[in-house]
Design a protein around this ligand. Structure first.
Ligand code: 5GP
Length: 179
C-alpha cells in the first residue's frame, strides 16, 4: 500500500468484478436499442474506470471525452468552463456519462444539461464511486460501482494535486496531506 494511503476502500479485484457487472447490465439494457450509446468520459479521473468498463460492454459503442471545470469563486450551476469539448455531434444520440465519483452532484447536473442542450436524446450516468452524504443537488447515477462514506479518496483515476491517479485501488488519503 502507498505510504500516503490511510486505508484501502475498494480493491483492484473489487473494481474489476463490479465493472464486469456494470458492463453486462449496460449491454443487456442497450442491446435492443436501434443506435448504440456514446460513452462520454469526463477527464481526467474517469479514464481508468472507462478503460475497465468498456472491456465488459458487448455492444458496438463509441466513446469520447470532455473536460470541464467550474469557474473559480462561483457556485452557480451552469457556469462551467469547457476545456475540451466533444469531437462529434450528439444530436439524437443516447449518452452514457462516465464519471469517477459523484460528490455534490454539481458537475454531473451541469454536464447532463449541456448534453440535452446539444440535442442528446437520453443521458444516463455510470460512476465508479458515489458519495451520497455530500450531495447538494438532486441527481442520481443509474449505474453505481460503489457507495462510499464521506472521505477524500485517491487512486484509480482520482487525484490529490494531480498525483495518485495511477494507484490500482481506491484508498483514503492520509489526513496530514490536506490538513
Ligand atoms: P461534484 O461536482 O459531484 O461535487 O464533484 C465531482 C468531482 O469532484 C469529481 O469528478 C472529482 O474530480 C472531485 N472529487 C469529489 N470527491 C472527491 C474525492 O473524494 N477525491 C478526489 N480525488 N476527487 C474528488
Amino acid at each position: 500500500m502507498h505510504q500516503s494511503v490511510k486505508n484501502i476502500l475498494v480493491t483492484h479485484e473489487q473494481i474489476v468484478a463490479r465493472s464486469k457487472e456494470l458492463g453486462e447490465q449496460i449491454t443487456n439494457e442497450y442491446k435492443n436499442h436501434e443506435n448504440k450509446p456514446l460513452l462520454v468520459a469526463l477527464l481526467k479521473g474517469s479514464v481508468p474506470f472507462l478503460a475497465e468498463l468498456i472491456k465488459h460492454i458487448d455492444l458496438d459503442i463509441e466513446y469520447d471525452f470532455m473536460d470541464v471545470s467550474s469557474y473559480e469563486g462561483t457556485e452557480s450551476i451552469g457556469d462551467i468552463r469547457i476545456i475540451k469539448d466533444l469531437d462529434r455531434s450528439i444530436k439524437n444520440t443516447e449518452i452514457i456519462l462516465v464519471e469517477d465519483i459523484v460528490d455534490t452532484g454539481r458537475t454531473l447536473e451541469t454536464v447532463k444539461k449541456l448534453m440535452v442542450q446539444k440535442g442528446a436524446s437520453d443521458v444516463k450516468v455510470v460512476t465508479l464511486l458515489d458519495k451520497p452524504d455530500r450531495r447538494v443537488v438532486d441527481i442520481t447515477a443509474e449505474y453505481v460501482g460503489f457507495v462510499i462514506p464521506n472521505e477524500f479518496v485517491i487512486g484509480f483515476g482520482l487525484d490529490f494535486d494531480q498525483k495518485f491517479r495511477n494507484l490500482p485501488y481506491v484508498g483514503v488519503l492520509k489526513e496530514e496531506f490536506y490538513k
